[in-house]
Design a protein around this ligand. Structure first.
Ligand code: B12
Ligand code: SF4
Length: 575
C-alpha cells in the first residue's frame, strides 16, 4: 500500500528566512508506519520546492497513492485543503487525510468548508496513522473507522469525532525515519550546513494564554536522552547534518534529562560535529546559570527566549510567570556563556501604541541579545486569550495568521502603522548590530555565525520576502498608509473543538476548582453545625471522595506545579 505525505506550499516570510527546514512530522509518522510494515512511503515538500498545483497534479497521477496525508498549521490550512482537493480530482480513490494543530481543533469548520477531506487525524499522529493505514490496507475503510480513536469525518450529513486518542505514552517508541528527506535542499543559511528538527520532549506544563502548544500536546513527556542522541548521530553520520534545533516547546524543563542529553553529546564527540539551538523559557536559564557553559560545550550555540513582552503588564496578561528584570539577566548570563540569544517580543495587542513599540526597542537594545524578533500577536482560535479577546478580533482569514501580519488592530494605531513601527524596530536594531557589533565580535565561530544571521536577514530583505512585505506592498514608512494585507473578508469564525481535549493543566485546574468549592462547602457546613438544626446530608461522603479521577488530577496538579512553578521549578518531577 502506498502512502504519500505532502507539506503544503505555504510561505509567510518569517522564521523560514534562515533557510529551508525539513518538516519533522513526516519522519516521525513514517518511522512508526515503517515499524508496522508500511514501507512504501513517499514525500513531497511542496513548500520547500515551491511545487505548483499543476506539478502536484502530475506527481499525484504518477505516484497513484492509496492514502494522501497533508499537515496543517493555522496559516497553511487553506493550502492544505486545496492540496487535498487536487488529490480528489486526480486520484479520487486515495483516502484523503489531514493532520496537525489547526485541523485538530477546527475540524468542524475544516470538514464543512472542505468536504473532500475524508478524515482528520487529531493530535499526535504516530499511533493513529498506523491504525488508519491498517484499516485501509485490510479493506475495512471506511466501515471500521468509528473504532479508531482520534479521528473526525463526515458521516452522511453529520460531522463526527471518535473519542480523543491518548497521547503517545511510550515516547521511546518514536523512531523517526529521516531517509525520506531529500537532504540537499535543507540548508541553514547562517552556517551553510544541513539542518534537521528532531523532537526530544513533547508538551509543556505552562499555560501561556496566547499559545496553542500546551493544549495540543496535552501531557509533558520526554524521550530517553540516549535515544535522542542516537537519532542525532544518525543525522550527522548518515545525512551530514551540521545544525539542528529541537522541535520541543521547552527542552530544558526536565533539567536532569537535558543535562544527560548534553553529556551524551559530549561523550560521543558529537559536540564537535554539529551545533544546535533551542527555544526555551527565561526561568530555566536563570535556574541553570551554573550549567550554561556546559550546555555551550555540548554544542548548544543558539537559544531563542520567549521574553514575549517588554512591559510587565503584558507578561502578566500572557500568564508568562516571568519578570522583565529576569529577561535581562537571562540574556546577560547567556552572553557570558557565549551562547547566541534571540529575544522574542509579541506586539500588536489592543493597547499597543507608538510608545509601547518604542519601549520594546529600548528594552531590546538595553538587554543586548544577538537577535531580536517582533512577532504580531496572533489569536489562535483555540487559545484562552482568544476567548477573552474574541470581540476585538475582526479578521478570520487564517492564511494571514502567521506572526507577521497584524491580525488585531490596536486602538491607537492602524495596522499599517503597527507594521511600520515593527519595521522601524528591526531596521534600527539590525543596522546598529551590523555596524557596531557583528563584524567586531570575536574572530572565530561567533563572528561567522552572527554574520551568517545577518546574511539571512539581508537575503530576505532584498527579496522582500521578509514579513511578507512584498505581498503587503510595504516599501518603508512612506507606504504605511497604503499597505494592503489582502484579508479575505468572506472568511468567518467558527467554534474550536476543545471540549474533549484535556491537557494535564486543564485537569489540574479543574481539580483546584473542585478543591476550592469543597473547602467553601466545608466552611458553610461548619457554620451550619454551629446552629441547632444541623443534619448530616446523605451525599456527604461523595463530596469528600478520593476516587481514581481525583487521585489522577492530584498527580497531574503535582506534576504541573512542579514543572510550571516559574522560578521554583522542581527539576526532576516531570520524569
Ligand atoms: C520547526 C518549526 C518551524 C520550522 C519548520 C517548519 C516545517 N517545515 O515543518 C520553520 C522555521 C520553517 C517554521 C515556520 C513557520 N512556523 Co513554525 N514551528 C516550528 C516548531 C518549533 C516545531 C514544529 C515541529 O517540527 N514539531 C514536531 C513535529 C513532530 O510535530 P508536528 O509538526 O505538530 O506533527 C505532529 C502532529 O501535529 C501530527 N501531524 C502533523 N501533521 C500531520 C499530518 C498527518 C497526515 C497526520 C496523520 C498527523 C500529522 O502528527 C505529528 C507527529 O505527532 C513549532 C512549535 C512546536 N514546538 O511544535 C512551530 C509552529 C508549528 N510554527 C508556527 C508558525 C505560525 C510558523 C510560521 C507561520 C511562522 C512564520 N511566519 O515564519 C511559519 C510557517 C511555515 C510553514 N509553511 O509551515 C506555529 C503554528 C501555530 C498554529 N496554531 O498554527 C507553531 C506551533 C509555533 C507557535 N509558537 O505557535 N516553523
Ligand atoms: S512556555 Fe508558554 S509559550 Fe512556550 S510552549 Fe509553553 S505554554 Fe507555549
Amino acid at each position: 500500500m502506498r502512502i504519500l505525505f505532502v507539506h503544503p506550499n505555504y510561505h509567510s516570510g518569517g522564521a523560514e528566512i534562515a533557510g529551508n527546514w525539513p518538516p519533522s512530522w513526516v519522519p516521525y509518522l513514517a518511522g512508526h508506519l515503517k515499524k508496522a510494515g508500511f514501507d512504501d512511503i513517499h514525500f513531497i515538500d511542496a513548500m520547500t520546492l515551491n511545487v505548483s498545483h499543476d506539478e502536484l497534479r502530475k506527481k499525484f497521477a504518477e505516484l497513484q497513492p492509496d492514502i494522501i496525508g497533508v499537515t496543517s498549521i493555522t496559516p497553511s490550512i487553506y493550502e492544505a485543503e486545496e492540496t487535498l482537493k487536487i488529490a480528489k480530482e486526480v486520484v479520487p480513490n486515495a483516502v484523503r487525510m489531514l493532520g496537525g494543530v489547526h485541523a485538530t481543533f477546527m475540524f468542524r469548520q475544516v470538514l464543512s468548508e472542505a468536504p473532500w477531506v475524508d478524515v482528520i487525524v487529531r493530535g499526535e499522529g504516530e499511533e493513529i496513522v498506523v491504525e488508519l493505514a491498517k484499516c485501509v490496507s485490510e479493506g475495512r475503510w471506511p466501515e471500521d473507522r468509528a473504532s479508531i480513536k482520534g479521528l473526525a469525518y463526515h458521516d452522511g450529513a453529520e460531522i463526527v469525532a471518535t473519542q480523543a486518542a491518548p497521547t503517545v505514552k511510550d515516547i521511546d517508541s518514536l523512531k523517526p525515519d529521516w531517509s525520506l528527506i531529500d537532504w540537499k535542499h535543507y540548508i541553514y543559511i547562517p552556517l551553510g550546513v544541513r539542518v534537521a528538527i528532531p523532537n526530544m520532549a513533547r508538551g509543556c506544563p505552562f499555560t501561556c494564554s496566547f499559545c496553542s502548544q500546551w493544549k495540543f500536546w496535552r501531557d509533558y513527556r520526554v524521550r530517553s536522552p540516549k535515544a535522542v542522541v542516537d537519532e542525532i548521530e544518525d543525522l550527522v553520520n548518515n545525512y551530514d547534518v551540521g545544525f539542528f534545533i529541537l522541535a520541543d516547546e521547552e527542552p530544558t524543563i526536565n533539567k536532569k534529562k537535558f543535562v544527560e542529553f548534553c553529556q551524551e553529546m559530549i561523550d560521543r564527540g558529537l559536540n564537535h560535529k554539529v551545533k544546535w539551538g533551542i527555544n526555551t523559557r527565561v526561568t530555566d536559564i536563570y535556574r541553570d546559570r551554573d550549567l550554561l557553559k556546559f550546555y555551550r560545550e555540548a554544542g548548544l550555540v543558539h537559544i531563542s527566549l520567549g521574553t514575549e513582552a517588554a512591559a510587565q503588564l503584558k507578561l502578566d496578561l500572557f500568564n508568562k510567570e516571568t519578570t522583565v528584570a529576569e529577561n535581562k539577566e537571562a540574556i546577560r548570563l547567556l552572553r557570558e556563556a557565549d551562547i547566541f540569544t534571540e529575544a522574542q517580543f509579541i506586539v500588536g495587542l489592543d493597547n499597543e501604541t507608538k510608545e509601547t513599540l518604542e519601549e520594546t526597542f529600548q528594552m531590546a537594545w538595553d538587554w543586548q541579545p544577538d537577535l531580536a524578533n517582533w512577532s504580531m500577536y496572533t489569536p489562535w482560535p483555540f487559545t484562552p486569550l482568544f476567548q477573552e479577546l474574541r470581540d476585538q478580533v475582526e479578521v478570520f482569514d487564517f492564511s494571514k495568521y502567521n506572526f507577521v501580519t497584524p491580525i488585531m488592530k490596536p486602538k491607537a494605531l492602524t495596522r499599517g502603522e503597527l507594521l511600520d513601527g515593527v519595521m522601524k524596530n528591526y531596521r534600527r536594531f539590525y543596522m546598529r548590530k551590523a555596524l557596531f557589533h557583528y563584524p567586531w565580535r570575536g574572530t572565530g565561530f561567533r563572528r561567522r555565525y552572527l554574520l551568517g544571521c545577518l546574511k539571512a536577514f539581508l537575503k530576505a530583505g532584498v527579496g522582500r520576502t521578509f514579513y511578507d512585505l512584498g505581498k503587503a506592498g510595504y516599501w518603508g514608512p512612506q507606504t504605511k498608509d497604503t499597505v494592503d494585507f489582502h484579508f479575505d473578508e468572506t472568511r468567518k469564525i467558527a467554534e474550536a473543538q476543545v471540549a474533549d481535549w484535556e491537557a494535564a493543566a486543564d485537569r489540574s485546574r479543574k481539580h483546584k476548582e473542585r478543591q476550592e468549592a469543597l473547602r467553601a462547602q466545608m466552611k458553610d457546613r461548619a457554620a451550619d453545625r454551629n446552629t441547632a438544626n444541623f443534619v448530616m446530608p446523605a451525599d456527604a461522603e461523595d463530596e469528600f471522595d478520593l476516587s481514581a479521577e481525583t487521585h489522577e488530577a492530584r498527580s497531574a496538579e503535582h506534576a504541573a506545579m512542579a514543572c510550571g512553578g516559574g522560578k521554583d521549578q522542581m527539576v526532576d518531577a516531570a520524569e
